[in-house]
Design a protein around this ligand. Structure first.
Ligand code: ZN
Length: 351
């Protein structure tokens, strides 16, 4: 084989999704070395047309309070909610085992991270990021007590490329009456792995990554971030508390602070490397909150950025949409190295 293809062209097993990822980094040989520039602060701190800024009126006539820290409210146009209409029974000729439906019950919320319209989680103080994490934990404690909620997805779509129309720093919470399919997959993988190996799959992944260190981007006493061995997106990062927690509800203040600090370090590296507020889809993976035994689950954050390099988007097409498996464009070790090498000592935040 041609020497230049070595180690850049292979398939890797994704043990949590239980599928193969194909790496063809030999087609994208030039590594991106990045550019360090200060984040843009061109837009104003207050936008009178923004429905998330303090004091402004939202779509259904409700006025936001003059909030100072984190502000949480029920989504005005929820995908799930107590107002969801009743669902009529199946039509007579439908097969009940195949064609199932139910009410779109649940709670959809918006979490504003900061009153300022023009900042990001990367730019605000680490203390304020920790306040956001604490607010998420408080939400989880509330949802755990609610018998109609089975699962809670906390996610942030960052940047226009991910489809978000409002740049005001915020995320969403979907508390729903079903378990999102990726979590079900991970739960099944964890239970099977425990049965077959008598080990916890997340502990083993975490242990392997920390031992090798090759893909670790940052860590502190109780949290760590790495590009996983089986990353699908270039710059994909997983962030774990080192101690196993099924949901945020059981995490201590200091563990939350450490998790927030490592998370912020990763997104600051993104911004610094690309010289822009870097777009990503962030999702918080937690166990269901339906009272089941999820002791094998280990919560984590997953960052899936849509950019492969500046101006170059990863498009999902035939293999991903058509076939369901991912064709990755970069080797996880190369992307981890780029992120690790970013020097954050001169990073300029907004505070
Ligand atoms: Zn705003």
């Amino acid at each position: 084989m041609n020497q230049k293809f070595q180690g850049k062209w292979e398939e890797r097993w994704h043990p949590l999704r239980r599928e193969w990822v194909v790496y063809s980094a030999h087609r994208d040989a030039r590594p991106w070395s990045g550019a360090s520039v200060a984040p843009s602060k061109e837009s104003p701190a207050y936008d009178p047309a923004c429905y998330l800024c303090p004091g402004n009126v939202r779509a259904r006539g409700i006025r936001n309070p003059d909030y100072r820290g984190v502000f949480i409210f029920d989504n005005d146009f929820p995908v799930v909610g107590a107002e969801a209409p009743a669902v009529p029974p199946n039509i007579q000729d439908a097969h009940p085992a195949l064609y199932q439906k139910k009410r779109a019950d649940g709670i959809a919320r918006v979490v504003c991270y900061d009153p300022r319209h023009n900042v990001t989680l990367a730019q605000i103080s680490c203390n304020q990021v920790a306040h956001v994490f604490t607010a998420w934990r408080d939400q989880m404690i509330e949802f755990i007590k609610n018998p109609s909620i089975r699962f809670v997805l906390i996610f942030e779509n960052r940047g226009e490329i991910t489809g978000v129309s409002n740049p005001h720093p915020h995320c969403q919470i979907y508390a729903v009456n079903f378990v999102f399919s990726l979590i079900e997959k991970e739960l099944d993988a964890a239970l099977d792995f425990h049965r077959e190996h008598n080990q916890n799959i997340f502990d083993e992944i975490l242990g392997c990554e920390l031992k090798s260190g090759e893909r670790v981007i940052d860590e502190n006493e109780s949290a760590c971030a790495f590009v996983p061995f089986f990353a699908r997106y270039s710059y994909e990062v997983m962030i774990f508390p080192k101690k196993r927690h099924a949901t945020l509800a059981s995490m201590s203040d200091s563990e939350l602070y450490d998790l927030a600090a490592v998370f912020q370090s990763v997104i600051r590296r993104y911004d610094s490397l690309f010289g822009m507020p870097f777009p990503y889809v962030m999702s918080f993976f937690q166990a269901p909150v339906d009272g089941g035994d999820y002791s094998q689950y280990h919560l984590h954050l997953l960052l899936q950025p849509p950019l492969r390099s500046p101006g170059l988007q990863k498009f999902l097409a035939g293999p991903e949409i058509g076939g369901g498996n991912f064709m990755a464009d970069a080797m996880p070790e190369d992307k981890a190295r780029e992120l690790k090498q970013v020097d954050l000592t001169s990073y300029q935040g907004a505070d």
